[in-house]
Design a protein around this ligand. Sequence first.
Ligand SMILES: *Cc1c(COP(=O)(O)O)cnc(C)c1O
Length: 460
Amino acid sequence: MSASEPRRRVPSVDALLRGEPGKRAARSLGRPVVKLALQHTLEDVRAAAAKGVEPPDDDEILARALALASDAATGLTPVINATGVVLHTGLGRAPLPEDAALAAARAAVGYSDLEVERVTGRRGRRTARAELLLRSLTGTGSALVVNNGAGGVLLCLAALAKGKQVLVSRGELIEIGGEFRIPDIMAASGAKLVEVGTTNRTRAKDFRAALTERTAMILKVHPSNYRVVGFTAEPAVADLAAIARGAGVPLLYDLGSGLLERRPGVPAEEPSVAEALGQGADLVVFSGDKLLGGPQAGIVLGRDDLVERLRRHPMARALRMDAMRVAALETVLGAYARGGGADLPVWRMLREPAEEVRRRAARLAEALDGELEGARVAACASTVGGGSLPGFEIPSWGVEVRVPDPPAMAARLRTGRPSVFCRVAETSVLLDLRTVPEDRIAHLARAVQYALEGDDVEDD
Ligand SMILES: *Cc1c(COP(=O)(O)O)cnc(C)c1O
């Protein structure tokens, strides 16, 4: 290897840490973090150098490493969600109401009666209060709260069908956001998947024909994030319930979003918890941070004997929630109990009239005016997100900013301060104001102005 090769000119971690800028970074962020960030950065630089790419100078290498290290050191960065996707999984799904966030903070900074009964002093259950609220809100026999929706499904399968067969329609073998795939969850639980019917059409008689003495459950999955359209058929929940009852096995309905109350404007295809139970599902599972508008949680509701078996399963302990989320969930359920579900942030955003969103868009455009000509108020469509209500669009308004390179503009918005997430079109970026609260408009305007400094604005 000759000395002129790029690889030979890549500095060492120690040399960079010994320099004055490296020392300063180590003092402010912690030496182990800076060291690891340098190792990662140098690996990339070395890999590029191996292909003949000239390594950047030390300052540039250090700057890259520091960007990585300070990201880890500062932690989560609050962002402005200008995507119009209300339940944006990447951006944390449901924003909590302030009182729920405060309840979580209170539970975090001090002690609480998380798992003790104050009257008797005996050991209690951490989710007993939330479960009581859930039972009262849905009129169900029993409730169980676990870490998240996927955990709830996994627990039901493991506790009720391990080593046995579970019937699922081929039209419902879904994947939700990367890792949650029905066949994989099934395999992880130890239950055996039996596919029933076809992708577009499955009938009640297909389920009847698939029953054997090894069948332990029928699983129905709400295909939250897609729709099968055209020549389609799925058996009604009531029919599946009748088949399950006849076979002496439970019907589990994975609702995903868990619409707790039927609301005007929500399409009828979105099943509500009460409807699913009323139609005969023995158990339903849903997420706490989708349409419920609460913290991440997995909620299981249904028959007492089944929920009791779930509760006693060792996996239930492994999937339990922490005190902060218990407190937040209780607060959100309390709001529903008092009839205030519609005022939760998720529902406020979903039902806000387009005209009001338009007013905020106009305010943003006004704040941006003077600075640029390429910004204009534009009609757009928000979505629910979180794999809820696919194809369902909510009329909305935003500000469209025409730029020569929209993806580059979006990247500058994401990495700016405050960080902004927007939609990217062919010749513009779009800021949907449905998911941007009034008090963030001035910040958003500033972020857009900063981001534009690296880009010439195109006139219409
Ligand atoms: C979102 C979803 C899940 C997973 O819930 P998490 O709370 O995200 O774990 C499971 N099933 C369906 C149908 C879903 O929509």
